[in-house]
Ligand binder design. Structure first.
Ligand SMILES: [Zn+2]
Ligand SMILES: [Zn+2]
Length: 337
């Protein structure tokens, strides 16, 4: 079968590899769509420490069950499923305390140390990673579940109340997913800040957001006391630092974007104390894949508008160029219906 293999940093090949088979406890899937994520770009560049090269990448995917291994119950050939790529060990200190996303032996399909990834025709995965899909969910939407599940994890961390206001930094794919989930979650206001005018235009024209600006100052008029929830979705440390300025008294700042390790953001400690501000982190997926399916099925996200590009596996290189150009939103590979 054909698969995208990163042999070592900077060396990506779309090539023939042996077909996987479903071992005990595993299920063999035909992958129908897989999204490209910022993490994939980091893996290709050699900037994601958990990776063991060579690796078949891809962790945002869904597919159809084509074979079922020994001992698997409740899964049948022909089932349409999404895959939570998380592979927590289940045995370490954090796993035993319900914090599997912080596992001491953290691993995930397509980004760390697993024989197979979503950018391939077939993949064998542990049956416990599978989630059945609603009948009317498209494959493109199925490949959006994983990024939405990261957003849901962020909201579980924020635990916002109905009627609160939001400011999202970044109008890229993750910023727009956060903004849509905020709106779905009973927001009174959802403002989006981005320095890229065309991204703001799309947030307005395609997704219907109207509190938009190139900085907090440009939206401040609508929220003179600041916002209850400020979500940093750019992964730029300077923005993670500035974002605190937009937080209302007793408000929260969620660091959702992946800032480069080692960089420091500087906060006014007195203000955190005096205004009872909370700063939170949110790491990947934890018990949030199922809820992500449910809110997608309920229409929380305009999935059709989120997926701007679909490439066949053979054109993976072109797909990556499109991600790097940054003009689209979600770029997916596969595109079978
Ligand atoms: Zn991802
Ligand atoms: Zn663990």
């Amino acid at each position: 079968m054909l698969a995208v293999v990163v042999n070592k940093p900077g060396d990506v090949e779309v090539k023939e590899v042996p077909n996987p088979t479903a071992g005990p406890g595993q299920v063999l899937l035909k992958v129908n769509a897989c999204g490209i994520c910022g993490t994939d770009i980091h893996v290709i560049a050699g900037e994601f420490p958990p990776v063991k090269y060579p690796i078949i990448i891809g962790h945002e995917f869904g597919g159809e069950v084509v074979d079922v291994g020994e001992g698997v119950v409740g899964v049948e050939v022909g089932d349409r499923v999404g895959v939570d790529p998380t592979l927590n060990c289940g045995e370490c200190y954090f796993c035993q305390r319900g914090m599997g996303n912080l596992c001491e032996r953290w691993n995930a399909i397509g980004v760390a140390d697993y024989p197979g990834g979503g950018f391939s025709e077939y993949i064998a995965v542990p049956a416990r990673t599978l989630y059945p899909l609603p009948d009317d969910m498209s494959w493109a939407e199925a490949a959006l579940i994983e990024p939405v599940s990261c957003v849901v994890r962020g909201f579980h961390r924020l635990s916002p109340q109905v009627g609160e206001s939001y400011l999202i930094y970044g109008a890229g794919p993750m910023g727009l997913l956060n903004a849509q989930v905020a709106r779905f979650n009973g927001a009174s206001q959802v403002a989006i800040v981005d320095i890229n005018r065309s991204r703001l235009d799309r947030a307005h024209d395609v997704f219907g957001f109207d509190l938009l600006g190139a900085s907090f100052d440009e939206v401040r008029f609508h929220a003179p006391r600041g916002f209850d929830n400020v979500i940093e979705a750019t992964g730029v440390t300077k923005i993670a630092e500035m974002a605190i300025d937009a937080v209302k008294r007793r408000g929260k700042l969620l660091l959702f974007g992946v800032c480069p390790p080692g960089e420091k953001a500087c906060y006014d400690a007195y203000r955190i104390y005096n205004e009872e501000i909370t700063i939170l982190g949110s790491m990947a997926v934890l018990n949030s894949y199922g809820p992500a399916i449910d809110i997608l099925a309920a229409g929380a996200v305009n999935a059709e508008a989120m997926v701007t590009h679909m490439y066949p596996l053979e054109k993976f290189d072109e797909a990556v160029q499109t991600v790097r150009a940054g003009s689209g939103l979600k770029v997916q590979v596969g595109g079978r219906e």
